[in-house]
Write a protein that binds this ligand. Sequence first.
Ligand code: JFZ
Length: 465
Amino acid sequence: MTTKTFSQSALAGTVLVGLAVAALVGGCMESFAFGPGEKKPLTKDKRMEWWRDARFGLFVHWGLYAVPAGTYKGKRIDGIGEWIQHRAQIPVSEYEKFADAFNPLGFDADEWVRLVKKAGMKYIVITSKHHDGFCLWDSAVTEWDIMDATPFKRDILAELAKACKKHKIKLCFYHSIMDWHHPDAQAPFYPNYNDGSRSNPNFDRYVETYMKPQLAELLEKYGPLGVLWFDGEWIKDWTEPQGKALYAWLREIQPDLIINNRVGKGRKGMEGLNKSDDDYAGDFGTPEQQIPATGLPGVDWETCMTMNDTWGFKAYDDNWKSSEDLIQKLADIASKGGNFLLNVGPTPEGLIPRPSVQRLEAMGEWMAVNSESIQGTTASPIGLPEWGRCTAKDNKLYLHVFDWPSDGRLEVELPGADIRKAYVLADRKKKPLPVVCDDDKVVVSLPGEAPDAINSVIVLAMNKK
Ligand code: JFZ
């Protein structure tokens, strides 16, 4: 990825004072036109409610790039796996041959969704179409899809939609605006498919007769969807007004749909915090491979992250983050008021790689005991304490203790706190822990040993004001 223009430094340089508090988010009414007898549109708060409560979802990058799995003509290709067509400069006609080899007989939608549930996640965002243009569903407007181009001939998105419905998991699609396969989009730019300086005179035809009909298919055949997660918006032919128009058009089809910021170009990641909702397209920011230092007050956001160094499967990438790290990252993100979209890159056989499954299971074990301290919570009202992180819900604070104090004294800076009770969340009996309050802090006496070596959650229940 050489020619992309988004600025990481602008993201890192955003200095934010204080933490996002629930009250800062939302409050903005929407005014979509509605006629007599039509249902009143949801407020943004109502529309975002399930997503804000969820806090944790699975990102799935799956497509033909899983076949080469990072190697082309015997050479290991640097960079993220799903970019191999661009990175190895593979002509479209050559890349198409991977479709003949895509036959993921091990794919079991129900098993994937059960794993998602077990991990404590509430939604799945899967690549309906990545930059290579290949479609994981039975699209009426192209043969560059799973039904027409592969021996597999099973509609992957339909199978996932069914399993998600059964297990009450929200189904969401990642959809690339950039398309390296379509002649009216970036295909003619070979060998630099991502050439941000070039324009295709027929791009409007691609948008009107291909991309939009495909999005309508996705919403009508596989919906209602949770989120449409756009990407590849940096191409020269895509503009902010087009992003806004697409946003409005999609919400006409499904009024409660949530759409990420990459539908337009107005506000990426953490930039543009001073812009109001009317100034940019999209409902939430998408910091990538990073967690904003102090959250993004006033903005909904979701950190997307890989478990190793690639989104799409690479057979030899074994630079895995530890389960411990991922469990703490989840608490870190929740404590800053964000969501965690954690990625897996399934194999060409249709399997989620074993190391990813192990990590999701470890997170699930932690969530089975502690999900109350993640789901439905809002950002920490006490900043970033030395010993770990903090989340809040109703009249409770959840203290996520990463570093168990050796002297058994957990200090919490909480001026004027009116504590009813403190207990270990993992303790079914909720045995009260001794608490001493002075003017500006609360000291909880902890048991000698941490109940969880990675993140032990202590609940501070306050008296209702
Ligand atoms: C994009 C894709 O190119 C990539 O293949 C993957 O799907 C990822 C989730 O998204 O890459 C991006 C997009 C945006 C930024 C960085 C990489 N960004 O805003 O910093």
